[in-house]
Design a protein around this ligand. Structure first.
Ligand code: FES
Length: 470
């Protein structure tokens, strides 16, 4: 299992010292001053072009600011080693003080206890979704609606362009979990929103299209997901290929690249059935006007009206390559981002690989529920899952639960963190049988090819055996 390194705090700067002095002078305003400090550092970062590693970077992640309580004006003025020693001494004295008061400090890192499978440790609690508020509802097309969201306390979301939220939505007394991508980039002045398109028989998508309204409360997990703009992706040409509602993460990525990276060029191919199915058409037109040398969008419609003068056809492999050629596209190390119906994605991937694009440059995001991807050999329902770890094995019976839920319910200490397919902490290897996962999730194609699945979004499609790795 991969673990994220604990990032060291960022070095103390002038703004931190200023905030410390202000908070010491007016202790009752320490909290808003600290918030101002965080906002100020973000603005300074943007102005200077400084970028922290994104949350999705499994190896590092962004570094936090040094907590205001630990910022010391005196130690910042001393030479490096002496200053650090003084800071450590301050921390140690603080811990001693807390202990003497009978209030020992919490461990900095919670280390989950590792116990053997058969030792029946107490199951850990799953992470609970949190409430968010719908501030605005915008109908994008007759079949798609945008829900603008804030955290319950009114604060904006922290996320990376291309990530998704997992919603727990109650429909007719039953709670369903669905993932929807944030369709905006995390830039100033953009309110975060998801855009949800009706799906034939889709209980959640149809429910939200029919009933979502401003003021409504929804429960979410995340943001999460690894279909994001790579830190170095902005320096190159991005080719974005989307079908239908697959445009949502693609739109966020396109806008992020255009607005945040002055040298990035973006080509977008967007396939739909007809004119009224095109989501964000005005938004892309406005981007093309604002960035005439850097952004090209081509709509490809399967059954347009007679008045349509643009490209026609189904956006499959041959059409994709044909349209790219018509746009004068040459592959010179471009990054390709693909999101849409499964059939379209498979065809586009195959065509790109055949044309010589290496697999590492193709980024994909799939959206589907396990129920939608079963075939004759795979039937979701009650199956026996044999869990193997530490040289022992235990059988659990799933009945619509995920492998993780079934394991935890049986008292097994299975590793997990986000419980929504976004961190890979729950990765297990399937050695026999079928496990079907909800999509999207963060598992890479290479990991899938090696037989790994994510226990938190994986359901048994047949009797199966999985190995829990430590
Ligand atoms: S717990 Fe994060 S992916 Fe499963």
């Amino acid at each position: 299992m991969r673990a994220r390194a604990i990032p060291q705090p960022r070095p103390v700067r002038g703004l931190d010292l200023l905030a410390k002095v202000a908070a010491s002078a007016v202790p009752v305003l320490a909290s808003p001053i600290d918030q101002l400090r965080h906002d100020g550092r973000r603005i300074l970062d943007q102005a200077s072009g400084h970028k922290e590693p994104p949350f999705t970077d499994r190896a590092v992640g962004p570094r936090p600011l040094t907590p205001l309580a630990e910022v010391s004006v005196v130690s910042a003025l001393l030479p490096g080693t002496l200053g650090e020693r003084l800071r450590q001494l301050g921390r140690d004295l603080d811990m001693v003080r807390q202990r003497l008061r009978g209030n020992p400090p919490k461990a900095t890192i919670d280390r989950p206890k590792r116990t053997r499978l058969a030792a029946t440790p107490a199951p850990r609690k799953a992470i609970r979704p949190r409430p968010v508020v719908v501030t605005r509802v915008v109908r994008e097309t007759p079949d798609a609606v945008s829900l603008f969201l804030t955290e319950e306390d009114g604060s904006p979301f922290e996320f990376v362009a291309g990530q998704f939220l997992s919603f727990d939505v109650e429909v007719d007394g039953e709670v369903h979990r669905r993932a929807y991508s944030l369709a905006t980039p995390p830039l100033d002045g953009r309110d975060a929103h998801v855009t949800i398109k009706r799906v034939d028989g889709g209980r959640v998508s149809n429910h939200l299209n029919d009933h979502a309204e401003a003021g409504m409360s929804l429960r979410v997990l995340g943001p999460s997901g690894a279909f994001t703009l790579e830190p170095d992706g902005c320096a190159q040409h991005l080719v974005l290929i989307a079908g239908g509602s697959g445009i949502t993460p693609i739109a966020a990525i396109a806008e992020m690249a255009l607005e945040a990276a002055p040298h990035a060029r973006v080509t977008l191919l967007y396939g739909n059935r007809g004119e009224t199915d095109v989501i964000f058409r005005e938004r892309f037109d406005a981007l093309a006007v604002r960035h005439p040398d850097r952004f090209r969008v081509e709509h490809v419609l399967e059954s347009p009206s007679a008045a349509w003068t643009g490209a026609r056809g189904r956006l499959d492999g041959p059409t994709t390559m044909e349209r790219l050629a018509a746009l004068g596209h040459t592959d010179a190390g471009c990054a390709y981002y693909v999101c849409g119906p499964s059939g379209m994605m498979d065809a586009v991937r195959e065509a790109l690989l055949e044309s010589g694009v290496d697999a590492g440059r193709i980024h994909e995001e799939r959206f589907s529920r396990p129920e939608a991807r079963t075939d004759g050999a795979v039937e979701l329902g009650a199956h026996t899952v044999t869990l193997k770890a530490d040289g022992r094995s235990l059988e659990v019976v799933t009945d619509g639960q995920t492998i993780l839920e079934a394991g935890l319910a049986a008292g097994l200490d299975m590793p997990f963190s986000c419980a929504m397919g976004g961190c890979a902490a729950c990765k297990v290897k399937v050695t026999s049988g079928h496990v079907v996962m909800e999509e999207p999730n963060c598992l890479t194609r290479a990991e899938r090819d090696e037989g790994y699945v994510l226990a938190c979004v994986g359901r048994a499609g047949s009797p199966c055996t999985v190995e829990v790795e430590r």
